[in-house]
Design a protein around this ligand. Structure first.
Ligand SMILES: Nc1nc2c(ncn2[C@@H]2O[C@H](COP(=O)(O)OP(=O)(O)OP(=O)(O)O)[C@@H](O)[C@H]2O)c(=O)[nH]1
Ligand SMILES: [Mg+2]
Length: 441
């Protein structure tokens, strides 16, 4: 559990564990500068160290030298946490890192909990809650797109979306309070209609952002499944898209049994492509399991391609009940023995024909899924609940129930939205969010 009092001075490695060129240890809190003086001896200057300037010196613990290192102090409030922050850059040896941390603790610091530096930045008002969450997302970002999204949130993207909605709500509430307090001066019927419309409009704006698929795309990329009969050319297409001989290709039907996957980046978006076992009736136990996995992959995917061998007159279309898919006619370099309907896409993994169009279909799926200014499931749930509250308010206004009832729903929508930026967050929620961070951030 976090200590929300911020009395302690905290310390932790800011770089990942293991051997590396350098390792950074960060310390934040009122005693940071005093502790620095007990473990660090600058080489060419004397204390106090100049603010935000790297200084070469020696780290030692009770007279025993640990390492030569660079130290920097960033005095409050111009630091990540808005407290005094000291960072040591030493050689990235796990031994030196541990000894340094032990020395800092001996001098009065305590090990930081995961996310505690960012928690302090939040508690000290340097960033709001959605920005704090974006720090974690930036660290975890698996693609340029995810990183761009986290950066825009860090720069206040989500906060500014929320605050625009809150402004519209405040405006409605002002009208509402006027109608409640001075009923004789407001033409009631019109006002109630206006209030109901205003609530529904805002609910629409919120609902438009509740796009779980867009969120999943941001977080973990687009999933694409390659399906079709045995020998249709699925593994060959996977290899061509990945530009790597990832899956085994042979002329023997039923070569692929398990799912073989690989990642590519299209337009900065991570695309996770899965090659699957050929779908057909099979008595082979291993193949049957592969086929059921292939069906599952198709059901779970954001985009499914069904491949048909244009050279095979018996090539089969997707079976009944198969999820919606784009059909690709393969082996375009060979004699075409089936007649694809007009407008179908013929590809050849051998010559590269049609592969750009395959990438284009993937990109257009990404565009269709769209983006959302919200950056976590938590934000989406709050927006969904706020939209529900606003619809209830709208119904109350339309039904002519006393205005006070609608006002309750409006206030509750306002509270829910405050939860995104954290103006009303409680300690349990903060602990839950910040404990997902890594130590040292
Ligand atoms: N000429 C030509 N041959 C192809 C092309 N694509 C695949 N093949 C051949 O077709 C055969 C089957 O290809 P695979 O990619 O293994 O087919 P698959 O759909 O993965 O087959 P299973 O794993 O058995 O379900 C291999 O001999 C490939 O070399 C193509 O575009 N042109
Ligand atoms: Mg295969």
């Amino acid at each position: 559990m976090f200590d929300f009092s911020m009395r302690d001075t905290i310390a932790a490695p800011a770089t990942a564990p293991g051997q590396a060129g350098i390792g950074i240890i960060r310390m934040s809190g009122a005693k940071a500068e005093a502790i620095l003086k007990t473990v660090f001896i600058p080489k060419k200057v004397s204390f106090p160290l100049e603010d935000r300037r790297l200084t070469l010196g020696v780290l030692s613990d009770q007279g025993n030298m640990i390492d030569e290192c660079m130290a920097v102090i960033m005095r409050a409030p111009h630091s990540y946490t808005r407290e005094d922050v000291v960072e040591f850059q030493l050689h990235g040896s796990p031994r030196a890192m541990k000894q340094t941390l032990d020395a800092l603790i001996r001098q009065g610091a305590r090990p930081a909990e995961a996310g505690e530096f960012t928690l302090r930045a939040f508690l000290n008002g340097r960033i709001d809650l959605s920005q704090a969450e974006s720090v974690m997302q930036l660290i975890r970002a698996s693609s340029d797109r995810a990183a761009r999204k986290a950066l825009s949130q860090l720069n206040g993207g989500t906060s500014s979306f929320v605050s625009k909605i809150q402004d519209r709500l405040t405006n409605l509430l002002a009208h509402l309070e006027a109608a409640i307090d001075y009923p004789e001066e407001v033409e009631e019927e019109l006002t109630e209609q206006e209030l109901a419309d205003g609530c529904r409009d805002i609910a629409e704006s919120l609902s438009a952002c509740v796009n779980e698929q867009a969120l999943r795309l941001q977080e973990s990329g687009l999933t694409v499944a390659l399906c079709g009969s045995p020998n249709a050319g699925k593994s060959t297409l996977l290899n061509a898209l990945l530009q790597e001989e990832k899956a085994i290709v042979t002329p023997i039907p039923g070569t692929t049994r398990d799912i073989v996957s690989g990642d590519i980046y299209l337009d900065g978006c991570l695309v996770h492509i899965s090659d699957t076992a050929g779908l057909h009736e099979s008595a082979d136990q291993v193949e049957t399991i592969g086929i059921s996995r292939a069906m599952e992959a198709a059901r779970q995917a954001d985009l499914v391609f069904w491949l048909m061998d244009g050279n095979d007159p018996a090539a089969s279309p997707p079976p009944p009940g198969f999820p919606p898919c784009s059909i690709l006619y393969t082996k375009g370099d060979l004699a075409q023995r089936i007649d694809p309907p007009a407008g179908s896409l013929v590809i050849s993994a051998e010559t590269g024909e049609g592969l750009n169009q395959v990438r284009e279909i993937i990109l257009s799926r990404i565009r269709d899924i769209g983006e959302t200014p919200l950056a976590s499931r938590r934000h989406m749930n709050l927006c969904r609940e706020a939209a529900d509250a606003l619809r209830q308010a709208a119904d109350a206004f339309s039904e002519g129930i006393p205005l006070e009832f609608g006002a309750v729903y409006l206030h509750s929508a306002m509270d829910l939205l405050s939860g995104i930026t954290g103006t009303r967050a409680d300690e349990a929620l903060l602990s839950q969010i910040f404990s997902q961070f890594c130590v040292g951030k």
